[in-house]
Design a protein around this ligand. Structure first.
Ligand SMILES: [Zn+2]
Length: 244
């Protein structure tokens, strides 16, 4: 059930026919995992907290650095040196106290990832390296949990939605942009833009609407300000998803 305060808080999105009270109830009862709360994760977490996703787990093993502040919008100068998940939990809870924010200060490994994502409706990619993304991808395929991939570098970004058993997975082979954003430089608006699209896909999955980027890779170039979308194919020989 939605309480009176929630009906007011979410009124602008409840009046959208595709969401309505039923969609809002689905958001409230859902659990989303945000793997990595950096440039991408800060924005997806903010959007999903504001939208009323009921339970959000944020995972990260880093502390805030001064060089994070150009793009990781949950962290301010006073937070430098603090654990990201602790700062993010505090601020997200102030934004929307009706949402349960679960902070996990840990590095994602092959040992812990299956337990961390168990029971989640969606896992959102906020990571900065390919090996960890592949771990999360395999775990999502195994648990049949949609995984919203996002990657950024310099003035470019990409997004795709992986629905296990239906779309290609990350291990089927995606081009670059799985590299560390910071290593190549990144303008803060790029992860913000990509993360908003990840949040939109997440909400569509939860309310039962077809995610628009399932099996499609969206590439954004900030140089010419163009979005390009490509259909992508499953790899029949993929070691992760070909048995599904
Ligand atoms: Zn695959």
């Amino acid at each position: 059930m939605l309480e009176q305060g929630e009906l007011i808080r979410y009124s602008r999105q409840i009046m959208i026919p595709a969401i309505g009270e039923e969609g809002q109830r689905k958001l409230k009862s859902s659990h989303v995992i945000i793997a990595g709360i950096g440039g991408l994760g800060c924005t997806t977490a903010t959007c999903l907290t504001a939208a009323g996703v009921g339970h959000i787990t944020i995972i990260d093993s880093d502390s805030v650095e001064l060089s994070d502040l150009n793009r990781q919008i949950l962290y301010w100068e006073e937070d430098v040196g603090e654990k990201k998940v602790v700062v993010a939990q505090k601020k997200l809870s102030k934004l929307n106290p009706t949402v349960e924010i679960i902070p996990i200060f840990t590095k994602i490994t092959g040992e812990n990832i299956l337990d961390i994502i168990d029971g989640a409706q969606v896992v959102v990619d906020g990571l900065d390296n390919l090996p960890t993304r592949l771990l999360v991808n395999s775990a999502c395929v195994k648990h049949k949990i949609p995984y919203i991939y996002g990657g950024v570098s310099r003035l470019r970004g990409m997004v795709t939605t992986i629905i296990p058993g239906k779309t290609p997975c990350l291990a089927c082979g995606y081009p670059e942009a799985t590299q560390r954003g910071g290593g190549h430089g990144v303008l803060g608006v790029i992860p913000a833009l990509i993360a908003n699209l990840q949040a939109l896909e997440t909400i569509k999955v939860i309310i039962g609407h077809s995610p628009s980027l399932a099996g499609r890779l969206l590439l954004f170039s900030g140089e010419d300000v163009k979005f390009r979308v490509y259909d992508i194919e499953r790899n029949k020989n993929c070691q992760v998803c070909s048995q599904m």
